[in-house]
Write a protein of this length. Structure first.
Length: 108
């Protein structure tokens, strides 16, 4: 069975910025310089480039996302540092409260 690697998001987003949104290059430059982009970084880049999306699309999007263990730990650490409860962190990242609860049980 083949192990799939993560797409090269730096290259993908750089191409999008160069071709379609050259005026947003400075905003995204710091994130694009990172060696590894976490899911949080990718979501932030997406928001900076394309802006916010409507509520209906936002509800469908999380169903197609996958998170690595390190990304989950970062989200849970973000919750701790910002003193957020499960509902607040779920709303902030567009996740289900049940997902956050399950992650807390498994990883903390």
């Amino acid at each position: 069975m083949q192990k799939y690697s993560q797409p090269n998001y730096q290259r993908i987003y750089s191409d999008i910025i160069i071709r379609s949104f050259p005026h947003k290059r400075k905003e995204c430059e710091k994130l694009l310089r990172k060696q590894y982009l976490s899911v949080i970084d990718i979501l932030e880049l997406n928001k900076k480039i394309f802006g916010t999306i409507d509520k209906e699309k936002e509800k469908q999007n999380p169903r197609h996302r996958s998170y690595s263990k390190s990304d989950i730990v970062k989200i849970l650490n973000y919750q701790k540092t910002h003193n957020m409860n499960n509902s607040q962190i779920a709303k902030h990242f567009g996740l289900s409260k049940n997902t956050i609860t399950k992650w807390r049980r498994i990883f903390l």
